[in-house]
Design a protein. Structure first.
Length: 426
């Protein structure tokens, strides 16, 4: 049985990672978010209630689980406290949540600059959530960010004053109003006092937990095709959303990762700009969108709809080191006469099974489809693979054949009870 397990989105995000992480967290001792910020949105439903998380790991609902915001994250501290307060109002004490002292702080000026840059791109916009994620990671890489350990220190006044002066130079150059230092400092100083109890050395904690045989579950945000290195660049997020980001974003070394489960929708969706090979828009797409509630958790933007893309998942298998698949939202496809799956791309007369590095090459790729018969039967109450209609079984089998991966988990509804485990992972 695995001691460490990574749950990673294997498409363009919104695959259902929150539900699976929450489900698996019942057997975990630690749940760790290793990258991203509050541009992520996880929707979790259990006991008749729906919860929406943006920064907090999905194991927060279990008081026995330690939840960590890893050093690879950029944390909007104001929104972190808002999310904690909302969860506390819902009856969760949140005494099991901690932030890495090496995580970076996302400030108001990051949000402001993100919006300004996105608007300046016009028709070429990336489709960012305008949450300040990109500018915060830019500061980190430029060695100009503020980490949690500095945010809660006595040196914050001096550090923040210098940062505001530099950011105001940028804003003035963009013909924008400069930010007032003192009111912002005073507000953030109060936030720092509230944040301080959450901030600890999570790297030592995690490595000690590993040496003690604790079970550690890693939770990614977005999806592998939005990874800054491996995604459809430049239409990507600003961090390593693939499993590759686990080690650098948590401080647990690569030899300590046992398995990687790829969360995959039974179809495909994408939010924002960027080429989407299997995208289509007709009555069937609208049916899938409405049945699957395909609207962004963070932005409420309608998601773009596409058929299952085997090339994307095969590519994801390579870059994430996937050891299995968790197939989500299978029930959404119920009622369709025919379901298409993409098994390869055609480009300039050649058949390929991977994602080209060039976005211009990707835009020339034409999906090669297979058509499979759909099913009419309601599958939302099934408890095993054997209870599925034969056509639903064949759909899962074909996905396994195309990807070379076993579907170890599949989901037939939003509630965590509607999760069928074919292989125990934890």
């Amino acid at each position: 049985m695995n001691k460490t397990l990574v749950v990673v989105g294997s498409q363009w995000g919104d695959e259902g990672k929150g539900k699976i992480t929450n489900y698996l967290s019942e057997k975990a001792d630690f749940v760790v978010r290793y990258q991203g910020g509050d541009n992520a949105g996880h929707t979790i439903k259990f006991d008749g209630t729906t919860y929406k998380l943006h920064l907090i790991p999905s194991g927060v609902f279990n008081p026995q689980v330690t939840n960590i915001l890893g050093n690879g994250m950029v944390v909007n501290v104001r929104n972190f406290l808002t999310e904690i307060a909302r969860l506390q109002d819902q009856g969760f004490k949140c005494k099991n949540v901690f932030i890495s002292d090496r995580a970076h702080v996302l400030f108001d000026y990051h949000v402001l600059l993100d919006g300004i840059k996105e608007e300046s791109l016009g028709a070429n916009l990336v489709g960012t959530t305008k949450k300040g994620i990109g500018p915060a990671y830019t500061d980190k890489v430029a060695r100009d960010g503020i980490r949690m350990i500095d945010f809660i220190s006595d040196d914050f006044f001096t550090i923040f004053k210098e940062k505001i002066q530099n950011k105001n130079k940028e804003l003035i150059a963009l013909k924008k109003e400069p930010l007032p230092f003192l009111p912002l400092y005073q507000e953030y100083q109060k936030i720092a006092e509230k944040i301080a109890p959450f901030v600890i050395d999570t790297i030592s904690l995690l490595n000690q937990a590993y040496s003690q045989g604790k079970k550690i579950l890693f939770e990614g945000a977005q999806g592998a095709l939005l990874d800054v290195d491996f995604g459809s660049y430049p239409f990507v997020t600003s961090s390593n959303a693939s499993a590759c980001g686990v080690c650098s974003g948590s401080g647990l070394g690569p030899t300590k990762i046992d398995a990687v489960i790829g969360v995959v929708k039974a179809y495909s969706t994408r939010v924002g700009s960027g080429y989407f090979p299997t995208e289509f828009e007709d009555e069937t797409a609208q049916y899938i969108r409405e049945t699957g509630n395909e609207y962004g958790t963070t932005t409420r933007r309608p998601r773009r709809i596409g058929w299952f893309d085997g090339v994307v998942v095969q590519y994801s298998k390579m870059i994430n080191g996937l050891t299995g698949i968790s197939l989500m939202l299978l029930d959404v496809l119920t009622g369709l006469e025919t379901i298409k799956v993409c098994s390869a791309y055609k480009i300039r007369g050649k058949t390929i099974h991977t994602i080209p590095a060039s976005i211009r090459e990707l835009e020339k790729c034409v999906p090669i489809y297979e058509e499979l018969p759909g099913w009419k039967e309601d599958i939302t109450q099934v408890k095993s693979f054997d209870e599925l209609p034969e056509n639903a079984k064949n759909y899962i089998r074909r996905i396994e054949q195309i990807t070379g991966l076993d579907v170890q988990i599949f989901s037939v509804g939003p509630d965590k009870t509607q999760t069928i485990i074919r292989k125990e992972l934890f």
